[in-house]
Design a protein around this ligand. Structure first.
Ligand code: ATP
Length: 326
Protein backbone atom coordinates (compact mmCIF):
# COMPACT_ATOMS: atom_id res chain seq x y z
CA UNK A 1 0.00 0.00 0.00
CA UNK A 2 1.40 3.42 -0.89
CA UNK A 3 1.72 5.93 1.97
CA UNK A 4 -1.09 8.49 2.29
CA UNK A 5 -0.22 11.86 0.78
CA UNK A 6 -1.17 14.77 3.06
CA UNK A 7 -1.39 18.23 1.60
CA UNK A 8 1.25 20.38 3.36
CA UNK A 9 -0.42 22.13 6.30
CA UNK A 10 -0.09 25.90 6.23
CA UNK A 11 2.90 27.23 8.16
CA UNK A 12 2.65 30.18 10.53
CA UNK A 13 5.50 32.41 11.72
CA UNK A 14 4.86 34.83 14.60
CA UNK A 15 7.00 37.93 15.03
CA UNK A 16 6.97 40.81 17.50
CA UNK A 17 8.30 44.31 16.84
CA UNK A 18 8.55 47.22 19.29
CA UNK A 19 6.95 50.65 19.44
CA UNK A 20 9.32 53.58 19.93
CA UNK A 21 9.78 56.84 21.78
CA UNK A 22 11.92 59.60 20.29
CA UNK A 23 14.12 60.73 23.20
CA UNK A 24 15.31 63.52 20.90
CA UNK A 25 13.65 64.73 17.73
CA UNK A 26 15.29 67.62 15.91
CA UNK A 27 13.39 68.67 12.77
CA UNK A 28 14.98 70.57 9.89
CA UNK A 29 13.36 72.47 7.03
CA UNK A 30 10.96 70.74 4.62
CA UNK A 31 12.72 69.01 1.70
CA UNK A 32 11.72 69.12 -1.96
CA UNK A 33 9.92 65.76 -1.61
CA UNK A 34 7.69 67.15 1.17
CA UNK A 35 9.40 65.25 4.00
CA UNK A 36 11.47 67.01 6.65
CA UNK A 37 15.06 66.09 7.39
CA UNK A 38 15.33 64.98 11.01
CA UNK A 39 17.95 63.99 13.54
CA UNK A 40 16.06 61.56 15.71
CA UNK A 41 17.25 59.48 18.64
CA UNK A 42 14.98 56.48 18.84
CA UNK A 43 14.44 54.27 21.85
CA UNK A 44 12.52 51.02 21.33
CA UNK A 45 10.20 50.21 24.26
CA UNK A 46 8.65 47.02 25.61
CA UNK A 47 5.26 47.52 23.98
CA UNK A 48 5.12 45.14 21.05
CA UNK A 49 3.03 44.69 17.95
CA UNK A 50 2.64 41.08 16.86
CA UNK A 51 2.20 39.69 13.36
CA UNK A 52 1.38 36.03 12.64
CA UNK A 53 2.02 35.25 8.97
CA UNK A 54 0.44 32.09 7.52
CA UNK A 55 1.38 30.79 4.10
CA UNK A 56 -1.22 30.94 1.32
CA UNK A 57 0.10 28.92 -1.63
CA UNK A 58 -0.13 30.93 -4.83
CA UNK A 59 -2.23 33.60 -3.09
CA UNK A 60 -2.00 37.31 -2.42
CA UNK A 61 -1.50 39.16 0.87
CA UNK A 62 -4.47 39.58 3.21
CA UNK A 63 -4.71 41.00 6.73
CA UNK A 64 -6.95 40.80 9.78
CA UNK A 65 -6.74 42.04 13.36
CA UNK A 66 -7.01 40.11 16.59
CA UNK A 67 -7.88 42.01 19.79
CA UNK A 68 -4.95 42.69 22.11
CA UNK A 69 -4.81 41.06 25.53
CA UNK A 70 -6.52 43.15 28.23
CA UNK A 71 -3.37 44.24 30.11
CA UNK A 72 -2.14 46.17 27.10
CA UNK A 73 -3.22 49.20 25.16
CA UNK A 74 -5.79 48.36 22.57
CA UNK A 75 -8.37 47.18 25.04
CA UNK A 76 -8.84 50.20 27.34
CA UNK A 77 -10.67 53.44 26.63
CA UNK A 78 -8.23 54.28 23.83
CA UNK A 79 -8.46 50.86 22.32
CA UNK A 80 -10.92 48.44 20.82
CA UNK A 81 -13.13 49.40 17.95
CA UNK A 82 -12.20 53.07 17.87
CA UNK A 83 -8.54 52.24 17.23
CA UNK A 84 -9.26 49.39 14.85
CA UNK A 85 -11.53 51.59 12.72
CA UNK A 86 -8.46 53.68 11.85
CA UNK A 87 -6.39 50.79 10.57
CA UNK A 88 -6.94 49.91 6.90
CA UNK A 89 -7.47 46.18 6.32
CA UNK A 90 -6.49 46.26 2.65
CA UNK A 91 -3.47 46.97 0.46
CA UNK A 92 -2.98 50.27 2.35
CA UNK A 93 -2.05 48.47 5.57
CA UNK A 94 1.66 48.99 6.23
CA UNK A 95 2.15 45.28 7.06
CA UNK A 96 0.55 44.29 3.74
CA UNK A 97 2.68 46.84 1.87
CA UNK A 98 5.81 45.46 3.52
CA UNK A 99 4.95 41.82 2.73
CA UNK A 100 4.09 42.74 -0.88
CA UNK A 101 7.40 44.63 -1.26
CA UNK A 102 9.29 41.56 -0.02
CA UNK A 103 7.26 39.29 -2.32
CA UNK A 104 8.32 41.50 -5.25
CA UNK A 105 11.95 41.87 -4.21
CA UNK A 106 12.45 38.13 -3.62
CA UNK A 107 10.13 37.05 -6.47
CA UNK A 108 8.04 34.85 -4.21
CA UNK A 109 5.11 32.95 -5.79
CA UNK A 110 3.23 32.28 -2.54
CA UNK A 111 1.11 34.70 -0.57
CA UNK A 112 0.39 35.14 3.13
CA UNK A 113 -2.35 35.99 5.57
CA UNK A 114 -1.18 38.43 8.24
CA UNK A 115 -2.94 38.51 11.61
CA UNK A 116 -2.04 41.63 13.61
CA UNK A 117 -2.23 42.08 17.36
CA UNK A 118 -2.05 45.85 17.89
CA UNK A 119 -0.88 47.10 21.28
CA UNK A 120 0.81 50.35 20.27
CA UNK A 121 -1.74 53.19 20.12
CA UNK A 122 -2.87 53.85 16.54
CA UNK A 123 -1.67 57.23 15.16
CA UNK A 124 -0.08 57.74 18.57
CA UNK A 125 3.41 58.87 17.54
CA UNK A 126 4.93 55.55 18.59
CA UNK A 127 5.40 53.99 15.17
CA UNK A 128 2.86 51.17 15.59
CA UNK A 129 2.18 50.81 11.88
CA UNK A 130 5.92 50.82 11.23
CA UNK A 131 6.35 48.03 13.80
CA UNK A 132 3.67 46.01 11.97
CA UNK A 133 5.57 46.51 8.70
CA UNK A 134 8.87 45.43 10.29
CA UNK A 135 7.25 42.38 11.89
CA UNK A 136 5.62 41.41 8.56
CA UNK A 137 9.00 41.63 6.78
CA UNK A 138 10.73 39.36 9.30
CA UNK A 139 7.79 36.93 9.41
CA UNK A 140 7.44 36.61 5.63
CA UNK A 141 11.22 36.42 5.12
CA UNK A 142 11.15 33.29 7.32
CA UNK A 143 7.80 31.96 6.05
CA UNK A 144 8.83 32.09 2.39
CA UNK A 145 12.46 31.06 3.08
CA UNK A 146 13.69 34.21 1.30
CA UNK A 147 16.92 34.25 3.30
CA UNK A 148 17.35 38.04 3.03
CA UNK A 149 19.94 39.51 5.41
CA UNK A 150 19.25 42.41 7.79
CA UNK A 151 20.70 44.96 5.35
CA UNK A 152 18.39 43.95 2.48
CA UNK A 153 15.36 43.87 4.79
CA UNK A 154 16.29 47.34 6.05
CA UNK A 155 16.44 48.66 2.47
CA UNK A 156 12.94 47.31 1.77
CA UNK A 157 11.78 48.69 5.14
CA UNK A 158 12.97 52.22 4.25
CA UNK A 159 10.79 52.08 1.13
CA UNK A 160 7.73 51.51 3.34
CA UNK A 161 8.27 54.29 5.88
CA UNK A 162 10.87 56.32 7.76
CA UNK A 163 10.41 54.48 11.08
CA UNK A 164 10.29 50.92 9.69
CA UNK A 165 14.09 50.28 9.64
CA UNK A 166 14.28 51.23 13.32
CA UNK A 167 11.47 48.82 14.26
CA UNK A 168 13.57 46.08 12.62
CA UNK A 169 16.71 47.09 14.51
CA UNK A 170 15.32 48.05 17.95
CA UNK A 171 17.54 49.16 20.84
CA UNK A 172 18.54 52.81 20.66
CA UNK A 173 19.71 54.52 17.48
CA UNK A 174 20.28 57.82 15.75
CA UNK A 175 18.09 58.22 12.65
CA UNK A 176 19.15 60.78 10.04
CA UNK A 177 17.67 61.58 6.61
CA UNK A 178 13.95 61.22 7.32
CA UNK A 179 14.84 58.88 10.20
CA UNK A 180 15.76 55.84 8.11
CA UNK A 181 19.58 56.23 8.07
CA UNK A 182 20.37 54.46 11.32
CA UNK A 183 23.42 54.26 13.57
CA UNK A 184 23.01 52.23 16.78
CA UNK A 185 23.48 54.34 19.92
CA UNK A 186 25.04 52.77 23.03
CA UNK A 187 22.69 52.75 26.04
CA UNK A 188 23.44 51.47 29.53
CA UNK A 189 20.79 49.52 31.43
CA UNK A 190 17.08 50.16 31.06
CA UNK A 191 15.10 53.38 31.26
CA UNK A 192 11.61 53.10 32.76
CA UNK A 193 8.71 55.07 31.31
CA UNK A 194 5.00 55.55 31.72
CA UNK A 195 3.00 56.00 28.54
CA UNK A 196 -0.35 57.78 28.42
CA UNK A 197 -2.23 57.31 25.14
CA UNK A 198 -5.06 59.55 23.95
CA UNK A 199 -8.17 58.22 22.16
CA UNK A 200 -7.96 60.63 19.20
CA UNK A 201 -4.80 60.15 17.14
CA UNK A 202 -2.80 62.96 15.51
CA UNK A 203 -1.91 62.81 11.85
CA UNK A 204 1.89 62.98 11.49
CA UNK A 205 1.79 65.18 8.31
CA UNK A 206 -0.57 67.61 10.08
CA UNK A 207 1.81 67.94 13.02
CA UNK A 208 4.78 68.66 10.72
CA UNK A 209 2.68 71.22 8.80
CA UNK A 210 1.74 72.90 12.09
CA UNK A 211 5.43 73.07 13.07
CA UNK A 212 6.21 74.77 9.72
CA UNK A 213 3.38 77.23 10.36
CA UNK A 214 4.59 78.07 13.89
CA UNK A 215 8.15 78.52 12.66
CA UNK A 216 7.11 80.72 9.72
CA UNK A 217 5.01 82.90 12.04
CA UNK A 218 7.98 83.31 14.39
CA UNK A 219 10.37 83.99 11.48
CA UNK A 220 12.53 81.15 12.83
CA UNK A 221 15.81 80.32 11.11
CA UNK A 222 15.55 76.55 10.56
CA UNK A 223 18.87 74.74 10.14
CA UNK A 224 19.79 71.17 9.14
CA UNK A 225 19.50 69.10 12.33
CA UNK A 226 22.27 67.10 14.00
CA UNK A 227 21.94 64.30 16.58
CA UNK A 228 21.82 65.72 20.11
CA UNK A 229 25.15 64.81 21.75
CA UNK A 230 23.80 65.47 25.28
CA UNK A 231 21.03 62.91 24.79
CA UNK A 232 23.50 60.36 23.40
CA UNK A 233 25.76 60.86 26.46
CA UNK A 234 22.78 60.54 28.80
CA UNK A 235 21.68 57.25 27.19
CA UNK A 236 25.21 55.93 27.56
CA UNK A 237 25.40 57.04 31.20
CA UNK A 238 22.33 54.94 32.06
CA UNK A 239 21.25 57.67 34.51
CA UNK A 240 17.56 58.62 34.16
CA UNK A 241 18.04 61.96 35.98
CA UNK A 242 20.68 62.95 33.40
CA UNK A 243 18.42 61.88 30.51
CA UNK A 244 15.47 63.76 32.06
CA UNK A 245 17.46 67.02 31.81
CA UNK A 246 18.03 66.75 28.06
CA UNK A 247 15.00 65.00 26.44
CA UNK A 248 13.63 67.10 23.59
CA UNK A 249 11.10 67.04 20.78
CA UNK A 250 10.78 69.83 18.19
CA UNK A 251 7.30 68.52 17.30
CA UNK A 252 5.95 69.01 20.83
CA UNK A 253 4.76 72.65 20.42
CA UNK A 254 2.94 71.66 17.21
CA UNK A 255 1.29 68.62 18.85
CA UNK A 256 0.24 70.82 21.80
CA UNK A 257 -1.20 73.44 19.43
CA UNK A 258 -3.31 70.77 17.69
CA UNK A 259 -4.25 68.91 20.89
CA UNK A 260 -4.27 71.47 23.75
CA UNK A 261 -5.39 68.96 26.47
CA UNK A 262 -1.94 67.31 26.19
CA UNK A 263 -0.45 70.21 28.19
CA UNK A 264 -2.63 69.21 31.16
CA UNK A 265 -1.52 65.57 30.89
CA UNK A 266 2.17 66.58 30.79
CA UNK A 267 1.63 68.74 33.90
CA UNK A 268 -0.25 65.95 35.69
CA UNK A 269 2.66 63.51 35.20
CA UNK A 270 5.18 66.06 36.49
CA UNK A 271 2.97 66.70 39.55
CA UNK A 272 2.87 62.98 40.24
CA UNK A 273 6.66 62.78 40.33
CA UNK A 274 7.83 62.03 36.76
CA UNK A 275 11.46 63.03 36.22
CA UNK A 276 10.49 64.39 32.81
CA UNK A 277 7.51 64.50 30.47
CA UNK A 278 7.41 64.69 26.70
CA UNK A 279 5.15 64.08 23.74
CA UNK A 280 6.25 60.96 21.87
CA UNK A 281 7.16 61.77 18.23
CA UNK A 282 4.21 63.50 16.56
CA UNK A 283 1.97 62.59 19.53
CA UNK A 284 -0.50 62.42 21.04
CA UNK A 285 0.96 59.66 23.26
CA UNK A 286 2.76 61.23 26.22
CA UNK A 287 5.84 59.61 27.78
CA UNK A 288 6.96 60.17 31.38
CA UNK A 289 10.41 59.13 32.55
CA UNK A 290 10.63 57.41 35.94
CA UNK A 291 13.68 57.01 38.16
CA UNK A 292 13.36 53.21 38.09
CA UNK A 293 11.02 50.26 37.51
CA UNK A 294 9.11 50.61 40.80
CA UNK A 295 8.83 54.35 40.42
CA UNK A 296 7.33 53.94 36.93
CA UNK A 297 4.75 51.40 38.15
CA UNK A 298 3.86 53.71 41.07
CA UNK A 299 3.47 56.67 38.68
CA UNK A 300 1.31 54.61 36.30
CA UNK A 301 -0.95 53.63 39.23
CA UNK A 302 -1.37 57.17 40.47
CA UNK A 303 -2.17 58.46 36.98
CA UNK A 304 -4.68 55.63 36.49
CA UNK A 305 -6.32 56.53 39.84
CA UNK A 306 -6.65 60.05 38.45
CA UNK A 307 -8.59 58.85 35.43
CA UNK A 308 -5.85 58.48 32.81
CA UNK A 309 -4.96 55.30 30.95
CA UNK A 310 -1.30 54.78 31.89
CA UNK A 311 1.11 51.95 31.29
CA UNK A 312 4.72 51.27 32.42
CA UNK A 313 7.27 50.15 29.81
CA UNK A 314 11.05 50.06 29.55
CA UNK A 315 13.65 50.54 26.86
CA UNK A 316 15.84 49.85 25.03
CA UNK A 317 13.84 46.83 23.82
CA UNK A 318 14.87 44.41 21.09
CA UNK A 319 13.97 44.80 17.42
CA UNK A 320 11.67 42.61 15.32
CA UNK A 321 12.14 38.97 16.32
CA UNK A 322 10.54 35.61 15.69
CA UNK A 323 8.48 34.26 18.60
CA UNK A 324 8.73 30.61 19.57
CA UNK A 325 5.97 28.19 18.54
CA UNK A 326 3.89 28.05 15.40
P1 ATP B 1 4.49 57.60 12.95
O1 ATP B 1 5.38 56.43 12.64
O2 ATP B 1 4.26 58.48 11.76
O3 ATP B 1 4.82 58.31 14.20
P2 ATP B 1 2.11 56.83 14.31
O4 ATP B 1 2.73 55.94 15.30
O5 ATP B 1 1.66 58.18 14.76
O6 ATP B 1 3.05 56.95 13.08
P3 ATP B 1 0.60 54.65 13.18
O7 ATP B 1 -0.25 53.95 14.19
O8 ATP B 1 1.85 53.98 12.80
O9 ATP B 1 0.84 56.13 13.68
O10 ATP B 1 -0.30 54.86 11.87
C1 ATP B 1 -0.59 56.07 11.26
C2 ATP B 1 -1.64 55.84 10.18
O11 ATP B 1 -1.21 54.83 9.26
C3 ATP B 1 -2.95 55.33 10.74
O12 ATP B 1 -3.83 56.40 11.00
C4 ATP B 1 -3.51 54.40 9.65
O13 ATP B 1 -4.46 55.04 8.84
C5 ATP B 1 -2.30 54.04 8.78
N1 ATP B 1 -1.92 52.60 8.87
C6 ATP B 1 -1.62 51.79 7.87
N2 ATP B 1 -1.29 50.57 8.30
C7 ATP B 1 -1.37 50.59 9.62
C8 ATP B 1 -1.14 49.61 10.62
N3 ATP B 1 -0.74 48.36 10.36
N4 ATP B 1 -1.32 49.99 11.88
C9 ATP B 1 -1.71 51.26 12.17
N5 ATP B 1 -1.96 52.20 11.27
C10 ATP B 1 -1.78 51.88 9.99
Amino acid sequence: MSPAVHPASPRTVRVQAPGKINVSLRVGPPRDDGYHSVASIYLAVSLYEEVAATSVPGGGITVSMKPADPQHFGSGPTGGQEQEANVPLDAGNLAVRAAAALQDAAQVGDGAHLELVKRVPVAGGMGGGSADAAAALVACNALWDCGLEAESLSRIAAGIGADVPFALLGGAAVGLGIGERLTPAPATGLFHWVLVPTPAGLSTPRVYAELDRIRAEAGADVVEPAADANVLRALESGDPATLAEVLNNDLEPAALALAPPLAGILAQGRRHGALAALVSGSGPTVAFLGSGAEDAVRLAHSLTRNGLEAFAVHGPAGGASILPGA
